[in-house]
Design a protein around this ligand. Structure first.
Ligand code: ADP
Length: 742
């Protein structure tokens, strides 16, 4: 008997985009740690059948799969595994290979099955021992089963983790489809009903409605609270049309129901709209499109992080005591108790089944409830009328800095939320230059109609930072337009300019108003936040471009040097490296030395000699002033000789383009709502408190704008604290050259 630790892995239940990323990361991390992974093909069915369904899986078997949807080791639903006899066979087959650590990637059902298997293990092995099916020495060596679960489910229906593998990709598919339908719907003044997956979970339906600017949503957790909901819905939709909307969208989750638990099907909604709303209605059932296609950058990175952590937990012995779930909680990978997560998940289904909808919403958590409230504001045809005696603030909304996808989404939410709370919203065009020039106009509810999915920045943006007499003009305009507070949505220049206004307060009393900055830059180089709006879209743009580049390269034995944006911040470079499986990422944060280049070159030569067909190096645009992208390309080209040829790709502005990703739209919505609340609170108190918003871990926080200089490395225009640098070791392990021929 050899002492190599053996770990089994299977994917089970509904497939989800990103399962392959998890598989790749866990196989390679295990090999790096000296363990051996057995893939169990076809999920629990393969485990029950045994034989060829259980075989070792190696480094190169998981190469080139990051960008593939589905799961390369297959999945299934197995009725036999639901029986004790079936699970007995599963144990027998695991022990044949001396596997007592099992990583299960699947949904609630699959993880419930895994939980059961671990609970029954002791009983099942003693029965196998009594039947003399397995050598007693082996049975003695494996008294318990370590279970490590990763949730692979497009529905995001599991408690205990913020996101499940596949949910973000499904949101991509849904928003792409709804955006596409939107353009045709608006041309014909049509009404569309879209059915989205989710039997007990309205996450996809609610978030896609927020992301696309839907007009009505029906979800299982929170059915309409009136009996005549059909009339109420049609009244709202009619009012929306009268206010100027050209199309109408209703999103229905598969498991939608009324208060009594009677299903509300999408075809029933269609029928209601035809009869009561009197419009031509089209029904689209998105179905399996939602599971399909390439995983999003987020899912590739999530799968990778979870897969790597799963091995550490499987090897640590923690999972022997209690089955573990590797969760994402507030952007941190956190092992939690599988049993507890399953119990809470089950209690949400129970609450829905027993019509206790307050409880189901409470159990879904604060973000879900907040999203639902915000959606109900956004879908209104007009804002709530303000009280006659209410103080009405005049709040400005503007951009500053380079363009970032999601800027329009944030403006739409800010304007509608401010109007709904009874205040007057002013659009300031063309950044701080526009504030200097007085390019200011009042915005109404319909001014921002249709802005939710739109890329670009309708209000205009630029990198102008006010200097000298600009401040005098700004002060005059603030007085002239009686601005009581300003929301600046943008990047580095937004923060620098807003901070400068604070500095100038002693000279210009007009600046004694609340100012709040909302992080929107693809570079993700702002302090006090782990994510800025637009960075996720840029990452997806980069991943999509590199997928194509990789396809072109394999045919030729080629190495690509890809240059990505980010100025002095390596976020896009490192994260796109993780999302695309790059061998090497060059960051300004680390610098580049001649020894680094020599080491990388030798690594490439040795692995191309062993049969490698594709090399991928990603370089941040400011990684090094001398070792440019061209330099690295030329160096590799000369030294690679006949082994491989080298091409460079400077991705450029495509990174900033396109419609914002669902994640950017959702985060823009959360940030904008809270920023407006901040301005209203401080504006009403006549406090000049100024801040920037951000998300850290699970919490959205405001930091005082006074702290901005202390929190940044000004010379490199990036925060002093950059959380994502901690992900570098994962990339280094997964890209090791010397493992290629294992
Ligand atoms: P998902 O994992 O996506 O929720 P399913 O609910 O269909 O998908 O579960 C997948 C497989 O997991 C089932 O076919 C079955 O083999 C196993 N499974 C599900 N629930 C249980 C259970 N309560 N006990 C044992 N095995 C289960």
């Amino acid at each position: 008997m050899d002492d190599t630790v053996k770990i089994g892995v299977l994917t089970s239940g509904g497939d989800a985009q990103g399962m392959n990323a998890a598989l790749r990361a866990l196989v390679r991390t295990a090999i790096d740690r000296g363990a051996l992974v057995f893939a169990i093909y076809e999920g629990y069915r393969g485990l029950v059948l045994g034989g060829e369904n259980i075989r070792p899986i190696y480094w190169e078997s998981v190469g080139g799969i990051l960008q593939q949807g589905g799961t390369i080791i297959g999945t299934s639903r197995s009725e036999e595994f639901r029986t004790r006899e079936g699970r007995m066979k599963a144990v027998e087959h695991l022990l044949e290979h001396e596997i007592d650590r099992l990583i299960v990637i699947g949904g609630e059902g699959s993880l419930t099955g895994a939980m059961l298997l671990s609970e029954e293990w002791a009983g099942l092995i003693s029965e196998l021992s009594a039947r003399k099916v397995i050598d007693p020495a082996i049975i003695e060596k494996h008294p318990s089963l370590h279970i490590v679960g990763l949730v692979g489910s497009i529905d995001n229906d599991m408690s205990g983790t913020d996101m499940t593998i596949g949910a973000d990709s499904a949101l991509h598919r849904i928003t792409e489809a709804i955006d596409a339908i939107n353009s045709t719907a608006a041309s014909h003044q049509r009404t569309f009903v879209v059915e989205i997956m989710g039997r007990n979970c309205g996450y996809l339906a609610l978030m896609s409605s927020i992301a696309t600017g839907g007009d009505w949503v029906l979800i299982p957790e929170n059915p309409p609270n009136v009996d005549n909901w059909e009339e109420r819905m049609c009244e709202y939709l009619k009012a929306g049309r009268e206010a100027g909307r050209r199309d109408t969208f209703v999103v229905v989750a598969e498991g939608a129901r009324d208060r009594k638990g009677i299903p509300i099907t999408s075809s029933y909604v269609k029928q209601v709209l035809e009869e009561k709303f009197g419009d031509e209605v089209r029904l689209t059932i998105l179905g399996h499109v939602q599971r399909g296609g390439a995983p999003s950058a987020f899912d590739r990175i999530l799968g990778t992080r979870l897969g790597a952590a799963a091995i550490d937990v499987a090897l640590s012995g923690e999972a022997r005591v209690q089955p573990q779930l590797i969760s994402l909680i507030g952007n941190r990978i956190t092992p939690t108790q599988l049993k507890e997560a399953l119990q809470v998940t089950q209690s949400i289904s129970d609450a829905i089944a027993s019509h206790d909808y307050d409880r189901s919403m409470t159990l879904r958590g604060g973000n879900f409830q907040e999203a639902f409230r915000t959606f109900r504001t956004m879908l209104r045809a007009l804002p709530h009328p303000h009280e006659p005696e209410q103080i009405r603030l005049r709040l400005g909304v503007m951009h500053s800095g380079a363009l970032s996808p999601g800027m329009n989404t944030a403006v739409r939410v800010a304007v509608r939320h401010g109007l709904d709370r009874g205040h007057i919203m002013l659009g300031i065009h063309n950044g701080f230059q526009g504030l200097v020039n007085g390019e200011i106009e009042e915005l109404n509810w319909m001014s921002v109609n249709g802005w939710a999915p739109r890329g670009g920045a309708e209000l205009g943006t630029n990198r102008v930072i006010p200097v000298g007499s600009d401040f005098y003009e700004i002060a005059r305009n603030i007085e002239k337009y009686q601005v009581d507070g300003i929301l600046v949505i943008g990047g580095w220049t937004a923060y620098v300019s807003a901070h400068q206004m604070l500095v100038e307060r002693s000279r210009f009393p007009a600046f004694n108003i609340p100012i709040v900055c909302l992080p929107a830059t693809i570079d993700n180089n702002l302090p006090g936040t782990e994510f800025s709006i637009g960075a996720d879209t840029a990452l997806n743009n980069i991943a999509a471009a590199i997928d194509k580049i990789k396809q072109s390269a394999v045919a030729h034995h080629r190495c690509f040097v890809v240059e990505v944006m980010g100025r002095y911040c390596g976020y896009l470079a490192l994260m796109s490296g993780l999302a695309t499986g790059a061998e090497r990422v060059y960051l300004n944060e680390n610098g580049i030395t001649l020894q680094d280049l020599q080491h990388d070159l030798e690594g490439l030569i040795s692995s191309f000699r062993k049969g490698k067909r594709l090399g991928l190096l990603i370089r941040n645009e400011c990684a090094h002033s001398t070792y440019s992208t061209e330099f690295i390309r030329d160096l590799l080209e000369v030294e690679g000789q006949e082994l491989f040829d080298v091409r460079q790709a400077i991705l450029g502005h495509l990174q900033q383009g396109g419609n914002p990703s669902p994640f950017d739209r959702i985060e823009a919505t959360r940030f904008a709502t809270q920023c407006i609340d901040f301005l209203i609170e401080h504006g009403l108190q006549k406090s000049a408190e100024s801040s920037f918003i951000g998300i850290q871990g699970k919490q959205i926080k405001f930091h005082s704008l006074d702290d901005f200089p202390r929190m940044v490395d000004e010379a490199h225009q990036r925060p002093k604290d950059q959380w994502w640098l901690g992900l570098q070791p994962i990339l280094e392990i997964l890209a090791q050259e010397d493992q290629v021929s294992l």
